[in-house]
Design a protein around this ligand. Structure first.
Ligand code: ZN
Length: 263
């Protein structure tokens, strides 16, 4: 497996919007980019954010090894089949509500993320360390970020600090196509964004409740985090960079596990 091609970072960074009221406008404060290109403020509709996200995910999927159940490579095929089997218990109603599209990248990184358009990407490196229920827990956590609309602010912030600023600022009812460099800037900006602790706790709770609702052991949410915590401790001891970026976005693992156990 190779490393993921882009700086998309970690589990959980940019999610959603799927259930936001379309058409509501987000007014971004003007302070940060007042000096640039005369763009005094950025106004972008939720629908436009979804369009940008769709484009971003097409680019991500084109540039990272997405696995398919029809893959001729046995390793990739096995990962795709395993994930398809794990998520087959998720009710169609939930899939439809958030337009969920859950797939895996054949990369060694221990990570996962959810995007505003309902895309969830699990990384094979994370999957190989977890049980099926733990993987389902992580998927549930990601759905939680989508359901809670966590990423809208992060996404718009990323737009604001990236070259997209210009494209997004010239809103004329249509969204212009993004260039490779704009997509790269967006991924870098997203890699630097982070969910709040409160958002992470909420997403954990969502994953926990989903497991319960599906008749699975809700303890798998805490044990999935336990896998990450163990890696974090090992990485701390060895300085292994494979995990370093993941944990920068996942503070307080121990506290999150305690909270889930109390639940
Ligand atoms: Zn998260």
């Amino acid at each position: 497996m190779k490393r993921i091609t882009f700086l998309i970072a970690f589990a959980l960074f940019f999610s959603v919007l799927a259930n936001a009221q379309l058409g509501r406008r987000i007014n971004v404060d003007r302070a940060l980019n007042a000096v640039s290109q005369g763009v005094q403020s950025l106004t972008i509709t939720d629908a436009q954010v979804i369009e940008y996200t769709n484009e971003y995910m097409v680019w991500m999927d084109a540039n990272n090894p997405l696995v398919k159940t029809t893959d001729s490579d046995a390793g990739k095929q096995a990962v795709a089949e395993r994930l398809a089997n794990i998520v087959s218990v998720i009710p169609q109603e939930l899939i439809d509500r958030y337009n969920l599209d859950i797939q895996a990248y054949y990369v060694v990184d221990v990570n996962a993320f959810a995007a505003a358009n309902g895309a969830i990407r699990m990384f094979a490196g994370l999957m190989e360390l977890m049980t099926d229920d733990e993987i389902l827990a992580v998927v549930g956590h990601e759905i939680g970020h989508i359901a809670n609309n966590d990423s809208k602010d992060a996404f718009v912030r990323a737009l604001r600090v990236s070259a997209l600023r210009e494209a997004a600022g010239s809103v004329s009812g249509t969204v212009s196509r993004l260039s490779d460099s704009q997509l790269g800037e967006l991924s870098a900006a997203l890699a630097n964004s982070q969910y709040s602790q409160a958002q992470e706790f909420e997403a954990d709770a969502y994953g926990f409740e989903l497991l319960k609702q599906l008749g699975k052991d809700p303890g798998a949410m805490a044990s999935a985090l336990g896998v990450l915590l163990k890696l974090q401790e090992e990485a701390g001891a060895s300085g292994n960079s494979r995990f370093a970026s993941l944990f920068s976005s996942h503070p307080d693992l121990a506290r999150r596990i305690e909270t889930l156990n109390a639940r």
